[in-house]
Design a protein. Structure first.
Length: 300
């Protein structure tokens, strides 16, 4: 039998919760960054689990880092940790940085119109635990997919959009989505206004049914067919005020031939779309993406 002293020690130790966190850093490349960050985490008693880094040049380029670490009781000291990191490390190297407590799930809202392939794939992956996030709701400008969404136990909201009601509809969507960290356009066939996009900077991911920058805008599979392409693809990107021009997160392609018409291209393309979108969303919620101008660095 364990004595009382030993039992109390074990009980105290087992009550300590070790959290993991992800730190993303962007700054000018210079000597000492890795050492400074590592020493800072060590001083707090943290243990580095993974560290990925990339520099655009051998000297003086732009530097990117993604670091995961474990730290006991991080949730209770995270404010102090961040404040100390600013003064001890971030200011010294003029860093743009973000810390995410991995115990906190990213909240994701989805917008969709009538096409269901990308939406249902995300909901299925979420249900199976393959998307490391919390999908809070689906908003649509049509009622068609209500039952399919509610079958997954996800709230569905209908917000119709017309030319005359667009501003009011966006205000309603913004109000519904306010507590979310990320919006996903799973074939939402409405162009968001620049004012709406500005309220969600690099927090909206769209799936475009084309291998951008080719065939922007409407009906890209018909455009591809008429051009006689031998590859079709899809692109997941962050949404900016300029249509289909935001930083690209993920792309994929599939080889096609002259024998395949527009319906066949669309069917093939939908498979590409759902896989590309799922990867992009997963990388975002796992804090694997750093935006650099109109490009992204993805530590996947």
């Amino acid at each position: 039998m364990l004595n009382t002293k030993t039992s109390n020690t074990l009980s105290t130790t087992s009550s300590i919760i070790t959290d993991t966190a992800t730190l993303l850093i962007k700054c000018r490349d210079q000597a000492g960054i890795v050492q400074a960050v590592s020493e800072f985490i060590h001083r707090y008693g943290g243990n580095i689990i993974t560290l990925d880094q990339y520099s655009t040049a051998h000297e003086g380029g732009q530097y990117f880092m993604r670091l995961e670490f474990a730290l006991a009781e991080l949730s209770t000291i995270i404010d102090n940790f961040e404040a100390s990191f600013v003064h001890t490390v971030a200011k010294r190297y003029n860093m743009t940085w973000r810390l995410h407590n991995n115990a906190v799930k990213t909240k994701v809202g989805i917008l969709v119109s009538k096409f269901d392939h990308a939406l249902l794939d995300l909901l299925w992956r979420h249900q199976r635990g393959l998307l490391d996030c919390a999908i809070t709701m689906v908003v649509s400008n049509h009622e068609d997919l209500r039952q399919a969404v509610e079958n997954f136990g996800i709230p569905f909201h209908y917000v119709p959009v017309t030319k005359d009601t667009k501003e009011a509809a966006e205000a309603q969507i913004d109000k519904l989505m306010v507590d979310n960290d990320l919006l996903v356009l799973a074939r939402y066939m409405q162009i968001l206004s620049s004012d709406f996009v500005k309220r969600w900077p690099m927090q909206i991911i769209n799936i475009h049914h084309s291998f951008l920058p080719a065939f922007v805008g409407a009906d890209p599979y018909r455009q591809a067919y008429e051009k006689g392409v031998k590859l079709i693809g899809a692109t997941a990107h962050y949404v900016t005020a300029e249509l289909d021009q935001g930083p690209i997160i993920e792309q994929d392609v599939h080889r096609v031939t002259h024998r395949q018409g527009v319906p066949e291209l669309r069917a093939i393309g939908r498979d590409i779309e759902r896989n590309v979108l799922a990867r992009a969303v997963n990388w975002h919620v796992q804090n694997r993406v750093i935006v650099a101008g109109n490009k992204t660095v993805v530590f996947n």
